[in-house]
Design a protein around this ligand. Structure first.
Ligand SMILES: [Zn+2]
Length: 297
């Protein structure tokens, strides 16, 4: 096992002891990470009280995972030479901000993949927050304060947050030697986005696709839009080879998108085999697949 395990205290802030522990942890990570770790072979580091796992995807890309959370969330650090994007801010069970601050020293902008409660848990901790300029986001925003509705966040407890940047759909954002594109991919939710890094062949994809049960029946979900978004991702971004996923395994190969297109087509054409299952007290249809399943009405 080539992992380096480092434990840091939960509150990485003011005390000298904490600073020393944090510095030692950072040094240990720098020194002990195996050289030339290939992409798709993340090295796992335990941090804080062991709640988060931080996995190195490549030198500038890290996953912050919550393996103890029931949905096994993944958020992603996307580092540029000028600034860092944190794609999703976790469930909020612990504050993800000081983890991000220990992985990058660059100013960090949080960017939600969508506003379901488990992806915006710590968003209010960030001074800089970007959103995609979509009507569905603007209609919940007043004076640049976004207030999630129950239907959008799926939680009455989701807190509001300030939006400091609005990115146009498809806009190219240069974070310093690294260009990102934010793409609107409705389907799982009406506000879902992906962030594309063409040069590295990455699509940060949130809840759109992961190795688990994909919910297509939540408020605002749209099966037809899901399929159209999948086709568009495949057609417009042939460079994408790796999907960085919002839950379960941190990555999936491009082939999973092809499988998703086939699976959604089968569901929409009512020819895919399914079974009735209980989900939170209601009956839904489950369409099993090789690496993921689709849950639909
Ligand atoms: Zn979601």
């Amino acid at each position: 096992m080539n992992a380096t395990v480092v434990t840091a205290t939960r509150r990485a802030n003011r005390s000298l002891a904490t600073i020393l522990v944090t510095a030692a942890a950072a040094l240990a990570v720098c020194v002990l990470l195996p050289p030339g770790v290939a992409a798709q072979q993340p090295v796992t580091i335990s941090a804080t009280d062991g709640y988060f796992d931080v996995s190195r995807i490549d030198a500038d890309t890290w996953a912050i995972s919550e393996p103890q959370y029931w949905q096994k969330n993944n958020s992603f650090i996307i580092k540029g030479q000028v600034r860092t994007i944190l794609f999703d801010t976790g469930s909020g069970t612990r504050d993800i901000k000081h983890i991000a601050d220990n992985v990058t020293r660059k100013p960090t902008t949080a960017l939600p993949s969508h506003v379901h409660y488990d992806h915006i848990g710590s968003v209010a901790s960030f001074d800089e927050v970007a959103m995609i300029d979509l009507p569905v986001n603007r209609e919940h925003t007043a004076d640049n304060r976004y207030t999630p509705s129950l239907a959008m966040s799926l939680s009455p407890a989701a807190s509001s947050f300030m939006v400091t940047e609005w990115w146009r759909p498809g806009e190219k954002i240069d974070i310093g030697g690294r260009v990102l594109e934010a793409v609107w991919i409705p389907g799982h939710s009406p506000d879902s986005i992906a962030v594309i890094d063409r040069a590295r062949g990455y699509a940060f994809i949130g809840d759109f696709l992961y190795a688990g049960e994909l919910y297509t029946f939540l408020p605002g979900a749209d099966l037809a839009a899901y399929l159209e978004s999948t086709k568009r991702l495949l057609a417009d971004y042939p460079e994408v080879k790796t999907l960085l996923c919002g839950h379960m395994d941190t990555t999936m190969p491009r082939q999973a998108l092809v499988d998703l297109q086939e699976a959604l087509t089968g569901v929409l054409e009512q020819r895919a085999p399914s079974q009735r299952v209980w989900w939170l007290g209601g009956l839904v249809r489950k369409y099993p697949g090789r690496s993921f399943s689709i849950l639909a009405w």
